[in-house]
Every structure is written in C-alpha cells, then in structure tokens.
Ligand binder design. Structure first.
Ligand SMILES: C[S@@+](CC[C@H](N)C(=O)[O-])C[C@H]1O[C@@H](n2cnc3c(N)ncnc32)[C@H](O)[C@@H]1O
Length: 206
C-alpha cells in the first residue's frame, strides 16, 4: 500500500492544476473570512496543506509571511516554481501535519486550512493535527477552515473523508476558540460536480 506522501505525490505528478478535483480559480470565499481579520498585512500565516493552490499566490502580496506545509514534495516543488520571486516571505515545510512538528516553528497569527483536515480519519491523527495548531497559533490568532460539510461527498482524491460541522470543529479546538463567522458554500469542481463546504473562522481568545 502506498504511503500518504506517495499517494499525493502520485496525484500531483500526473495531474495538471486545472484538472485537480479541488482546483479553485475563485478564492473569494476564503477572502470573505480573511477580510474580517484586522491587520492582515502584518500577519504570519501557516498553511497545513498548501497543495498548488492559487490562494497562495494571492496571499503572498497581502500578508507578512507564510509557512507553507504539505505532505507532498511534488506539490511544494510546483508551488515553489510559481512563487519564486517572493521566496523571501516563505518558509517551506514538508511533513504529515498529523505528526508532531519535526523542527521548531515560529508562532503565527492565522492558520488556513482548505480541504486538508477532512482527509484525516484516524482519531489520533485528528488529535495530532489540533495539537500542532494550538502549539503555534498565537493567543488572539485566527483559524480558518474550509472543509467538506456533513452534506458533502464522502470521498475525494480516492480517499474516505471525515466531514465537518461547526460544532465538531469547535469541540476539537476547545473552549478558548470562539466562532467569528461561518457560512456554507457549494464549490463546483472542474468536472461540474457540486461539493458542499463549510467555511468557518475562529478566534483564539486572549
Ligand atoms: C484537496 S488538496 C487541497 C490543497 C489546497 N489546500 C487547496 O485548497 O487547493 C489536499 C492537500 O493536502 C495535502 N495533504 C493531505 N494529507 C496531508 C497531511 N496529513 N499532512 C499535510 N498535507 C496533507 C495534500 O498533499 C494536498 O496538497
């Protein structure tokens, strides 16, 4: 059986960005939430599964710094090619986000996850993910999640998903995180299939 990183490397090595089932040209849903955060331009951001997302290119000029992680080195290499000119703002990391950080990571103001958390189905992996989040997100910082909602598809990229409600995200984050905003959004994937997502923004209380 392929490891998780081999699974994702295989997909990214064989598929053009525009043919990826999660490829989005329009990142406005994420910015609807990010625009609620004061001083976005001063923010340090952590992205647990950057993939080859256009969102990253759009974030670079609008924020202070980015730590871009992905389990797939293939995805990160492609993203590096696209963001070459702005490399001084970026720290690259290639690890399974469910595992403890392999090196010391500076604290960040915002954690942005689109379609990564929902691939973790093992309870210990989910715990490991939230432990990592809480270990680097500043007090007063924000966590943004865009995940398949309870009405969403059960599989993506050939993998079974764990779908989310606001309540379950809140429980995993713990009582020090307060919901700032949330909405449902049905993303239409490149093959024309509707994919219902839940978008949520939480703030870690001071
Ligand atoms: C559906 S894609 C979403 C990519 C990007 N966030 C976007 O919206 O286009 C899921 C991404 O998460 C990465 N990924 C999956 N499991 C991961 C894990 N356990 N740790 C880190 N990255 C992971 C995959 O390699 C892939 O780039």
């Amino acid at each position: 059986m392929k490891s998780d990183s081999e699974h994702w490397d295989n997909i990214f090595s064989k598929t053009k960005d525009t043919k990826l089932g999660w490829h989005e040209k329009d990142t406005s849903q994420t910015f609807k939430l990010l625009d609620k955060i004061p001083d976005l331009e001063k923010a340090a951001i952590f992205v647990p599964g950057a993939g080859t997302s256009i969102l990253i290119e759009e974030l670079i000029p609008r924020v202070s710094s980015l730590i871009l992680n992905d389990i797939s080195s293939e995805a990160l290499n492609r993203l590096k090619q696209k963001s070459k000119q702005d490399s001084e703002k970026i720290v690259w990391l290639c690890q399974n986000i469910a595992q403890p950080f392999k090196k010391s990571i500076p604290e960040v103001d915002i954690w942005i996850d689109r379609a990564v958390l929902h691939f973790l189905t093992d309870e210990n992996d989910i715990k490991g993910y939230f432990k990592n989040l809480k270990s680097i997100l500043k007090i007063g910082g924000h966590a943004l999640f865009a995940e398949f909602s309870l009405t969403g598809a059960s599989k993506c990229a050939g993998l079974t998903l764990h779908k989310y409600s606001i309540e379950e995200l809140s429980i995993n984050l713990g009582s020090s995180f307060k919901i700032v905003s949330h909405f449902d959004h049905t993303y239409i994937n490149p093959f024309g299939d509707p994919r219902p997502y839940i978008y949520t923004l939480f703030k870690r209380a001071k």
